[in-house]
Every structure is written in structure tokens, then in C-alpha cells.
Design a protein around this ligand. Structure first.
Ligand SMILES: C[S@@+](CC[C@H](N)C(=O)[O-])C[C@H]1O[C@@H](n2cnc3c(N)ncnc32)[C@H](O)[C@@H]1O
Length: 186
């Protein structure tokens, strides 16, 4: 798994960009606290979180991606605490983050641990590909079904949710992916 991702990142020279769910709903971020970009890749989300004044952490199984993120963070003079970590065998500890962001990564069994890892009042930002997308993976294990993020975040307060499908003007809106912002109440 790690070697496949390392090989992919070694071929990439991408500037990391934050996920739509994070930039669109940035006003739902707290003003302080620990924020995790889980399965961060090159860490576009982590850099954005650090730039928002949060204590940013980025974890990914790919050492190559994490090395790229460290270089970028130092170029931008942003502080991001990084870790090469398998998030499935080593999920975050309960009550450890005020914000968790996951983009373009889906491991369904991880949702209970993500919810447990939020502090009281903590917020989960999640965005990934949907069944029928043309840009994403083919394996249905990595594709959300319609409305699935609502089911996976049951017990949290939904602050924002998009699952536009093929409704309306196809050339506008988030179409390949669905996203949610959900808060753990006190
Ligand atoms: C499609 S990329 C998305 C990266 C980033 N979140 C983004 O939106 O650009 C999926 C990421 O998941 C990471 N990944 C896959 N399995 C993982 C695991 N078990 N633990 C941690 N990271 C993992 C890969 O290394 C890769 O960086």
C-alpha cells in the first residue's frame, strides 16, 4: 500500500490544494485547537489549517508525500506536525482533535474512530468521490453511495452537506464528490 502511494507521489510535482469542503466552509472552523489532515497526501488541507491559525497535523502512509509536505510547509513558513502513519491500524486517539479533515480517502470502518477522536464541539470535514464519478477510483469500496455521509456521521450535528448528484446544472457545483461538515456537540 505505502509503496504504491510513494511511487505515485514520486511522479507528481503538484502544488497541494485544500479540499473544496474546507475552503467553502472555512467559516465553520474554530479559531484555535488541534486540527488533523488525515490521509493528507501532500497536505493541502494541513497547510490551509495552519494558515488559519490552527495547530495543524498531517498523517499519511506515504513517506514521500509527507516529505513533500514538509518541504512545502517550510517554504511557506507554516508549522505542520507530520507523521508517516497507517491511519487504519493507528487511528487518532479519542477526544484528541478539534478538527479532522479527510479528503479523497474512504475507509468505512474508520468512521466510529473519527467521531470518537473529535473533542466536544469538534468538527469533521469530509469530502470524497461518489458512485458514478468519472474522475475518481473504480473500486466501489472507495466510492460513496447517495446520502452515505449522513449515515456515517449519525450522532453528529450536520452543519453542511452537499450531494448534488445530477440535479440541475451539471457544469456547476460539486459533482464528482459529496461532502459534509458535522459537529460533535458538547
Ligand atoms: C487520493 S489521496 C488523497 C490525498 C489528500 N487527502 C488529498 O485530498 O489530496 C489518498 C491518500 O491516502 C493515503 N493513504 C492510503 N491508505 C492509507 C492508510 N492506511 N493510512 C494513511 N494514509 C493512507 C495515500 O498515501 C494517499 O496520500
Amino acid at each position: 500500500m505505502a509503496s504504491r502511494w510513494n511511487a505515485r507521489y514520486a511522479r507528481m510535482d503538484n502544488t497541494p490544494t485544500p479540499a473544496y469542503v474546507l475552503t467553502r466552509y472555512a467559516h465553520l472552523l474554530p479559531t484555535e485547537g488541534a486540527a488533523l489532515d488525515l490521509a493528507s497526501g501532500l497536505g493541502g488541507n494541513a497547510l490551509f489549517l495552519a494558515d488559519c491559525g490552527l495547530s495543524a497535523h498531517a498523517w499519511d502512509i506515504s513517506a514521500t508525500a509527507i516529505a513533500g509536505l514538509q518541504i512545502r510547509a517550510s517554504e511557506l513558513k507554516l508549522r505542520v506536525t507530520t507523521e508517516v502513519r497507517d491511519v487504519i491500524s493507528q487511528p487518532p486517539e479519542p477526544g484528541s482533535f478539534a478538527v479532522i479533515v479527510v479528503s479523497r480517502f474512504l475507509a468505512r470502518p474508520l468512521f466510529p474512530a473519527l467521531i470518537a477522536a473529535l473533542c466536544p464541539g469538534g468538527v469533521l470535514f469530509y469530502q470524497t468521490f461518489v458512485v458514478g464519478c468519472t474522475d475518481g477510483p473504480d473500486n466501489p469500496d472507495y466510492l460513496l453511495t447517495p446520502g452515505e455521509l449522513l449515515l456515517r456521521t449519525e450522532g453528529l450535528r450536520i452543519r453542511a452537506f452537499e450531494d448534488s448528484g445530477r440535479c440541475g446544472r451539471q457544469e456547476q457545483g460539486l459533482r464528482q464528490e459529496s461532502c459534509i461538515v458535522a459537529q460533535k456537540l458538547l
